[in-house]
Design a protein around this ligand. Structure first.
Ligand SMILES: Cc1cc2nc3c(=O)[nH]c(=O)nc-3n(C[C@H](O)[C@H](O)[C@H](O)COP(=O)(O)O)c2cc1C
Length: 210
């Protein structure tokens, strides 16, 4: 389906069919969309953590996510987490990759590297984490759009307590901060939200000339 009709049709699923799974090919579409999402300075400072253990999913649902059923009933469940240690090494690795992919000498990218360092390292560590989380949200938007186009149901979820999810998954030791939860699967025929009219502001309230 092309993008606009797909966005009109998609919705944030509340009830999944726990017996239905998405295929590896469908998962690959979502992963590739996330990977291709644009980010500031192309630093991609996040990870998509797939939580496969049903016991851990149940703990996240009941202890950290206000008992939202999507956490355990969707085919797949992810935590999109931001890196808490964005620093000069993050930038250097990104420059290494660009030099290798584009077959240019690393020295040719040094001015760019210094420009990025000047911007990112001027932030305090807490601001750097907020910046990294913003990048994660861009990737979330691209993933949600790709899912819509491919007819895959997803639920982005901010209704959780990050400190609790971080503790359950041991994220501080991995230098990660849970940012948004993502359930992926096939909606239940009993999900009333599937049939609700799409509520959005008229475009005049969003698009304005100054
Ligand atoms: C970042 C983000 C966080 C959200 N968190 C939750 C959530 O925790 N629980 C929930 O049921 N819906 C959640 N939603 C779904 C929104 O409420 C939903 O996208 C919005 O009401 C528009 O409805 P639609 O996506 O079905 O068109 C979230 C959506 C986004 C984009």
């Amino acid at each position: 389906m092309s993008l606009i009709p797909a966005l009109q049709k998609r919705y944030a699923v509340k009830k999944y069919n726990p017996a239905a799974s998405i295929s590896p090919e469908q998962l690959d579409i979502l992963l590739e969309a996330l990977r291709l999402a644009p980010t500031s300075f192309n630093l991609q400072p996040f990870r998509l953590l797939q939580v496969t253990d049903p016991v851990v999913r149940e703990r996240i649902r009941t202890e950290a996510a206000f008992n939202q059923p999507q956490v355990t009933e969707a085919s797949l469940f992810f935590v999109l987490a931001a890196e808490t240690d964005v620093d000069e090494r993050t930038i250097a690795r990104s420059i290494d990759l660009a030099a290798a992919v584009r077959s240019v000498p690393r020295s040719a990218l040094e001015a760019r590297e210094n420009q990025i360092k000047g911007f990112i390292m001027s932030f305090a560590p807490e601001q750097r984490l907020i910046w990294a989380q913003r990048q994660a949200y861009i990737a979330l938007g691209v993933l949600v759009s790709a899912a819509a186009e491919a007819g895959i149901d997803v639920s982005p979820m901010e209704g959780f307590v990050p400190d609790k999810v971080d503790a359950i998954l041991g994220l501080p030791a991995r230098l990660l901060r849970s940012t948004v939860l993502v359930a992926v699967g096939v909606h239940s025929n009993g999900d009333e939200h599937a049939h609700l009219a799409k509520v959005r502001k008229p475009i005049e309230q969003i698009h304005q000339s100054l």
